[in-house]
Design a binder for this molecule. Structure first.
Ligand code: SAM
Ligand code: DTB
Ligand code: SF4
Length: 327
């Protein structure tokens, strides 16, 4: 039986245990990548990568204390705060993203949680972006049931809300909202029938168990998140996590591979941190099963690789962007 048949036959699991996930991580690198790529091929075209563009629709002055984040009002990060953008300005950026080849437009706001009147304007943005033929994603912080329903009724495709790290390490990074708060928002979004985009950040000083436990939390949710962003910490001057010890790049690639093995049908996104990664490292991440990226010169407030660099990389690797009119 081929590797493809074997992995297709495995049912999606939601009962991963720490010892078995640690054993996956500890395999020889080549064995781990072969396993991840075999599973990847059973579920996806290995030469197709989904591209999402990000826009910060409300920047900075955030009340939360997330230790990685330049948008927290508590840290001195040399960022100019901006109120919620007008709808036409957002739609102009969305059109540019579409013209450059993005198939999903993700709008992020530096809020602990949105106000009801903010949601109305976000729904107008969602509807405008959908009308252009792109998928929509928003990340707005914690939601109430009512707000979740309004977003669903407004046609939202994806909601991004990250667990960020393991439950054990969480309080080292964030103290202003709990892990359970995050799980509650994820449940609301899932139950409302909105696709879930949920992942985390590595390179924040967490240990091997924390990385394994983050992936276990994600995989053991009642449904695997449809998109799983794996972010490498972008270290920003002024934030508490600036100066964190750099993660071994091979450990980052292992993280992608184990995410692919645990969540075979999810889009695993090689997310923040690409600006500091070599092309060769990114190619290894794609081989390990990453099949989505953030595309566009900016993430929310920090730099991402230039679009022409990404297009050249796709060309060199023979990779196509999924579900867009480009290439
Ligand atoms: N304010 C909302 C919230 O936190 O839920 C939405 C926007 S917030 C910026 C979205 C996610 O971006 C965070 O959960 C975190 O995973 C990621 N992020 C923020 N700053 C980052 C950084 N410096 N490096 C990597 N990822 C980061
Ligand atoms: C996610 O997992 N990563 C994105 C998106 N979801 C919203 C954000 C990355 C932000 C990196 C730091 C910045 O540009 O501000
Ligand atoms: Fe605020 Fe989100 Fe940044 Fe946390 S990650 S400080 S909630 S913008």
């Amino acid at each position: 039986m081929s590797a493809q048949t074997v992995s297709k036959n495995l049912a999606l699991r939601h009962n991963w245990q720490l010892d078995e996930v640690k054993a996956l991580f500890k395999q020889p690198f080549n064995d781990l990548l072969f396993q991840a790529q075999s599973i990847h091929r059973a579920h996806f075209d290995p030469n197709e990568i989904q591209v999402s563009s990000l826009l910060s629709i409300k920047t900075g002055s955030c009340s939360e204390d997330c230790g990685y984040c330049p948008q927290s009002a508590r840290y001195d990060s040399d960022l100019t705060p901006e109120a919620l953008l007008p709808v036409d300005q957002v739609l102009k950026s969305a059109q540019q993203a579409k013209d450059q080849g993005a198939s999903r437009f993700c709008m992020g706001a530096a809020w602990r949680s949105p106000k009801d009147k903010d949601i109305e304007r976000v729904v107008e943005m969602v509807q405008g972006v959908k009308a252009m033929g792109m998928e929509t994603c928003v990340t707005l912080g914690m939601l109430t049931d009512e707000q979740t329903k309004t977003l669903k009724d407004g046609g939202l495709d994806y909601y991004n809300h990250n667990l960020d790290t393991s439950e054990d390490y969480y309080s080292e990074v964030i103290t202003t909202r709990t892990y359970q708060d995050r799980l509650d928002t994820l449940e609301r979004v899932r139950d409302a029938g909105i696709n879930v985009c949920c992942g985390g950040i590595v390179g924040m000083g967490e240990n091997d168990n924390d990385r394994a436990n983050l992936l276990i939390e994600l995989a053991n949710l009642p449904k695997h998140p449809e998109s799983v962003p794996i972010n490498m910490l972008v270290q920003v001057e002024g934030t508490p996590l600036m100066g964190s010890e750099q993660l071994d790049p091979f450990m980052f690639i292992r993280m992608i591979a184990v995410a692919r093995i645990l969540m075979p049908e999810s889009r695993v996104r090689l997310s923040a941190g690409r600006a500091d990664m070599s092309d060769e490292m990114q190619a290894l991440c794609f081989f390990a099963g990453a099949n989505s990226i953030f595309y566009g010169d900016k993430l929310l407030t920090t730099d991402n690789p230039m679009t022409n660099h990404d297009l050249a990389l796709f060309d060199r690797l023979g990779v196509r962007s999924a579900g867009s009119s480009y290439a």
